[in-house]
Write a protein that binds this ligand. Structure first.
Ligand SMILES: [Cu+2]
Length: 146
């Protein structure tokens, strides 16, 4: 009989997957569709995993960007090809830090609407979440409540 023995990971599964929890996802509304958008969220994998690709119908490309402050305090964005997720560690994407950049929006991101975002993980495979669009001046909602 297969499927009778449930592991702890199965019993306490997140709504979308037993191995990766994607939480607090949000995007900022865009003023113009010609400007890139950004998605912020938190990731937690157990056992360890890695985020490989991101895609969404609202953008031609979704790229994982890291932000590093270089000489003279100028922040530079770099493309992350493979984002490792250590077992149990929470990876936070937030304004001014790592984010998922939405290049060439296919539509304006309107406050109050939402869009699907598909994340492909090395071990867990594909997961699709619904990303709510917050206001143009929105900051990280998790921090705003602290
Ligand atoms: Cu970026």
């Amino acid at each position: 009989m297969i499927g009778i023995v449930l592991t702890a990971a199965t019993i306490f599964a997140a709504p979308v997957s037993a191995d990766v929890i994607v939480a607090s996802g949000w995007a900022r509304a865009s003023i113009l569709a010609s400007r890139p958008g950004a998605v912020y969220l938190t990731l937690q994998a157990d056992p360890s995993d890695a985020l490989l690709f991101v895609s969404t119908p609202v953008a031609n490309a979704a790229i994982i960007h890291s932000v590093e402050t270089g000489e003279g305090g100028i922040a530079r964005m770099g493309t992350v090809v493979r984002l490792p997720l250590a077992a149990g560690a929470v990876v936070t994407m937030e304004p001014g830090d790592m984010h998922i950049m939405l290049m060439k929006l296919t539509k304006k991101l309107v406050e109050g609407e939402s869009f699907p975002l598909t994340l492909t993980f090395e071990n867990t495979g594909e997961m699709t979440i619904d990303v709510p669009i917050l206001g143009i001046a929105a900051k990280c909602p998790a921090k705003a409540t602290q």
